[in-house]
Structures are given as C-alpha cells and as structure tokens.
Design a protein around this ligand. Structure first.
Ligand code: C5P
Length: 222
C-alpha cells in the first residue's frame, strides 16, 4: 500500500494538531507540526534578542539552528539545538510574535525545504498554513479546517483552564483574530485554502466526527 501525504491547513486554534495527531496514529504515519518549527525559531530569536523584522538576521539564525520533531505516543516533542522546548514554544510571547517571524520570505523558503525533506517518503500528516498550497502541493489529501473565532477562542480558553493556566477569553479572541489576519494578509504563502482542499467547518463538530470525515476521505481513495 502506498504511503500518501495528508496536508491539514487552517487558521489558528482550529484543532489542526489534535486531529492530525489522531489521524497519524491511526495510519501509523508521521505527524509533522510545521507551526512548531516557526515557533522554535521565534523562541530562539527572542532569546537572542534579534529584531523580528530583520529578515537577514533571522535567516542567518535559522541556518545555524537545528529543529527536531520527535514522535512520541501522544504526539511529538520539539527539540531546539538538542534541548526540549515543547512547552516553551507555546508561551504567549512566542504565540503573539511568531507571525512576524513567519512572514519573511527567506525564513519560509528554508522552512519549506526542511519540511519537504521530512515528507520525502510520504506517510505523513503535516499541519500548518501553507502545506496544501506550497509545501506539499501534490499531497493526495488536502483538508482546510475552519471554525468561528468565538469557538476557537472558547476551545483554547478551556484548554488553558484545564491546564491550570491563566486565561482571558476576550484577549484570546483578539489574539487569534490578529494572528489570522497577519497570516492571511502576508505577501509570502499566506494562509489560504488550496483550490483542491476539502473544507471542513468544525465549529459545531466534535473531534471524532472531524477525524471520521478525514479518514473517510483517506479510505475513499482506495
Ligand atoms: O500552527 P501554529 O499555531 O503553532 O503556528 C504558529 C504560527 O506559525 C502561525 O500563526 C503562522 O504565523 C506560522 N506558520 C506558518 N506556516 C506554517 C505553520 C505555521 O506561517 N506552515
């Protein structure tokens, strides 16, 4: 049986990673979280006090940066230059800065080439913003996951609360909307549904329903 590639794109906090992890597990595929790569570079740039508008410096930094995604039973761990930063790259500071780093052409070109390397043998579920449009334009399955800003903010809020983290629903709503705007309006590879992607609005869907819908697409291919 051929190992296909599955691309899952969509706006912030639409449930892409949750769904992608489950699908990858069901198919024994590798899950690749491309957002974690942009987050890792952002985390390092902030730590090294690099101006996030400075494209040349960011590229230089990235070329000296090793980012590893290590599969574990519940998803993946993220290693930055050999150090586990899985938790650190989810901080508010990183979350609210990453779209600035991700807008630069030189940064994206290097990231896309690394992502394509990771997917070269197929058997991957990759999530991000430009997977179906740029990273894996030939992916056999392309999904664009959507949900209302309200619903996405509520989900993220509940997730934060369950982890005992401080969380403000209105602020989350604003931050998510701003990140979507930056990601959709940037010049290079903006967040956009690929023409051949299947759109799934998850606003009133439970996770298993979304998973079933995508698994049906996979199985229909025969
Ligand atoms: O998926 P996640 O929310 O972790 O992505 C963080 C940020 O990384 C996005 O808001 C976007 O700015 C950037 N990103 C991107 N292209 C991707 C994945 C993420 O520009 N393929």
């Amino acid at each position: 049986e051929k190992h296909i590639s599955i691309a899952i794109d969509g706006p912030a906090a639409a449930g892409k990673s949750t769904v992608a992890k489950i699908i990858a597990k069901k198919l024994s595929y590798i899950y690749i979280d491309t957002g974690a790569m942009y987050r890792s570079l952002t985390y390092k740039a902030i730590a090294e006090e690099i101006n996030l508008e400075d494209e040349d410096k960011l590229l230089e930094l990235l070329l000296h940066t090793k980012i590893e995604l290590k599969p574990v039973p519940n998803g993946q761990l993220v290693y930055l230059d050999g150090v586990n930063v899985t938790e650190e790259i989810r901080s508010n500071l990183v979350t609210n800065s990453v779209s600035i780093v991700a807008k630069h052409r030189a940064v994206r070109e290097e990231m896309v080439s690394r992502q394509q390397q990771l997917a070269v043998n197929g058997g991957v579920v990759m999530d991000g913003r430009d997977i179906g449009t740029h990273v894996l334009p030939n992916a056999e399955i392309k999904v664009f996951l959507l949900a209302s800003v309200e619903e996405r903010a509520v989900r993220r809020h509940e997730e934060n609360v369950s982890k005992g983290m401080e969380s403000n629903l209105d602020r989350l709503k604003e931050e998510i909307a701003l990140r979507d705007q930056l990601d959709s309006e940037r010049e290079v590879a903006p967040l956009k549904k690929a023409d051949d992607a299947i759109e799934i609005d998850t606003t009133s869907m439970a996770i298993p329903e979304v998973v079933d819908k995508i698994m049906n697409l996979v199985n229909e291919r025969g």
